[in-house]
Design a protein around this ligand. Structure first.
Ligand SMILES: [Zn+2]
Length: 350
């Protein structure tokens, strides 16, 4: 009897409450119109396994000594990125040849050296003040006491080279008269491994006002396959996409369904999930300031935070596909008519 009553109440609640909410969500989904599908495919296809591989073997080479924030190898890695953007004729956010945001030594706990975020920028053609951030951290763990180098090919060389390729693709589009309407900031953070200090500093002293920052698409490890997906490697974890803007979430879904059909795994997006990845990479500082984010992540693996995270173990076709997904999502955010709307301001959800 007791069971029967509870079921009845649940059934009643279900019939009354669910349609209203699902109708709102359906209206939101129906409102999303993908822009410029032919061009997004054309430029996404310029992101290739060959170039990703070429960049990653350089970026995660022993020469950069594990890219520890403040150390020689990190300075070399930052210079490598600067040279890349200069050669590609992609400007800095700060003008001239100033691609670095220097973070003073006293901002880092237990460290006595300053370190740089690296910023490259493509100005939007119609709404240049509105900025989409695409981010990944460039630092890693340095050299072990026994001399082994932490190459950090997946963490986060994979995100770094994905950004390099995306910047090149957006720049090519711009040169051919198809540049983004909003601006794009390609943001390489230092000191993620020291507690997300590079992104903390950036969001305290942003190159563009936080209120004009439309979204942050943050990549931290997208070149490998975790234990849970050995039999189904065409996947990626997305975290945070629906927290502040369900429009962002459904844009992301629609872009994926239309162009890629990657299996999006949201298990780590569940609030209260014990790993709490939502708070564990650089996007988090944007989210806490009200900027909607998506965190792209392949999960952990046996080589995570070990010297064995090397570029020969990266799945380059998978890295290419995931990078293209981020690119196409950024393309939509940069080119759709309205700036992506926060849930609290979204009339369709009221
Ligand atoms: Zn990382």
């Amino acid at each position: 009897m007791k069971t029967f009553c509870i079921l009845t109440v649940l059934t009643l609640l279900g019939t009354c409450a669910t349609p209203k909410y699902t109708t709102k969500i359906q209206n939101l989904k129906d409102s999303i119109q993908l822009v410029d599908s032919i061009n997004v495919v054309k430029y996404a296809n310029t992101i290739t396994t060959e170039e990703l591989k070429k960049h990653l073997y350089l970026f995660s080479s022993d020469d950069f000594e594990g890219r520890e924030a403040g150390e020689k190898g990190h300075i070399m890695a930052a210079d490598f990125l600067k040279s890349y953007y200069q050669n590609e004729k992609i400007e800095s956010a700060y003008g001239a040849d100033n691609y670095f945001q220097t973070i003073p030594a006293d901002f880092f706990p237990h460290h006595d050296k300053s370190s740089d975020n690296v910023l490259a920028f493509i100005e939007g053609s119609e709404k240049p003040d509105e900025v989409i951030v695409i981010s990944a951290h460039l630092d890693h763990l340095g050299i072990e006491d026994d001399g082994q180098i932490n190459n950090g090919a997946d963490d986060d060389g994979s995100g770094t080279v994905a950004i390099m390729e995306m910047a090149q693709a957006f720049n090519k589009a711009k040169q051919e008269g198809n540049g983004p309407k909003r601006s794009i900031l390609f943001l390489h953070f230092t000191a993620e491994e020291l507690g997300k200090k590079g992104s903390e500093y950036y969001t305290m002293y942003p190159a563009f006002p936080i209120e004009n920052t439309v979204a942050d698409l943050n990549i931290d490890m997208i070149g490998r396959i975790d234990d849970l997906h050995q039999d189904n490697k065409d996947y990626i974890y997305l975290i945070g996409s629906d927290r502040l803007s369900k429009e962002l979430h459904y844009i992301s879904e629609k872009v994926n369904e239309t162009f890629f059909n990657i299996n999006i795994d949201y298990r780590y997006n569940v609030e209260g999930e014990r790993n709490n990845y939502y708070s564990r990479s650089d996007h988090y500082h944007f989210a806490t300031k009200g900027v909607p984010v998506i965190f792209y992540f392949n999960g952990e693996h046996a080589d995570y935070h070990r010297p064995s995270d090397t570029p020969d173990k990266i799945d380059y076709p998978l890295l290419q596909k995931r990078a293209r997904l981020v690119f196409a999502t950024a393309w939509q955010l940069a080119n759709q008519e309205h700036r992506v709307i926060l849930d609290k301001n979204n009339e369709l959800l009221k």
